[in-house]
Design a binder for this molecule. Sequence first.
Ligand SMILES: C[S@@+](CC[C@H](N)C(=O)[O-])C[C@H]1O[C@@H](n2cnc3c(N)ncnc32)[C@H](O)[C@@H]1O
Length: 312
Amino acid sequence: MRFHRREAYGPYEDTRRKRLALARKQRLEREKYPLLSEIIAEQQRAGTWNPKQSEHEGQFFRIRIFKNGNAHLWFTRKDLLEKVNKILADYYGEVIGDGQTQAEDVFADKKLAPARRFGFFPTPDEARDRVLGAISLHRNKGQRPLRILEPSAGTGNLARPLAEQQLGYEDIWKREGAYTYRHLVDCVEIQPHLAEQLTAEGIYNRVINQDFLSLRPDTARLYDVIVMNPPFDLERDIDHVMHAWNFLAPAGRLVAIMSAGTEFRQTRKAIAFRQQMENYRASWIDLPAGSFSSVGTYVNTLILSVSKGSSS
Ligand SMILES: C[S@@+](CC[C@H](N)C(=O)[O-])C[C@H]1O[C@@H](n2cnc3c(N)ncnc32)[C@H](O)[C@@H]1O
């Protein structure tokens, strides 16, 4: 066998294949930043485009592109900045601060699309016990049963003990030789298979397989007690709690597990929510860190407890 010596690097050959490859690479660069595609095309033609790290200024904004693919964008006009903030606030909700004016109702801006995987995390037993410890189920003889709502009922970890009466108060009735008391527990759950399982248990007054945020309260049938552990992401917990408030009877009590961020987040929605809860004389307690680790999330949580009759 004979080996032929071959130059590793020869002069550049302009082949059709190379031209096609370059055209494809440049097209992908333009597609990566669609808002800038014209600027990029111009610089590609002039041979000055360097996608590694570069800064460009156009009629409306200046952009700096970093090697890791991030880009920082500055608007050159204040009116454009305001418009974009408004569009982003409409789309993403209150995570963007400047998009709304004081006159707007912060709580009307709800996240209507369901959470990713519906924010499904069954309530662990300890957290459940803390929620149940914050409500009173005591009824005097002759009083009607309590109407109770769990509007994000999932597997029923929160709702079940209320419907099954596994709580201490029942002992009181037993000791007195009185009667057992069956409270009326309604569940709402968006996921059909979970709603089916809840129905199959046969212990709930009603199981409603719907998006809770799309339901309207029946003012003739408001709830004495609402317990809930809604989805947390993008401040959906605030949306759910504020919505649940409309379902609460005068003097009713609502107890919710929420993201601990609700206590300190500086978004308009979180600030407005804290203000509202302060007016209602709500109380908060932090759950221990890792309270939801057994169900796969390390998000810090708190328990909010508020009565409708206590507003200032
Ligand atoms: C954090 S989990 C709580 C589950 C429940 N407490 C338990 O122990 O299983 C939230 C639940 O809310 C349900 N959910 C999410 N978005 C909802 C919505 N818009 N309306 C009704 N249920 C919803 C989820 O499917 C999930 O079951």
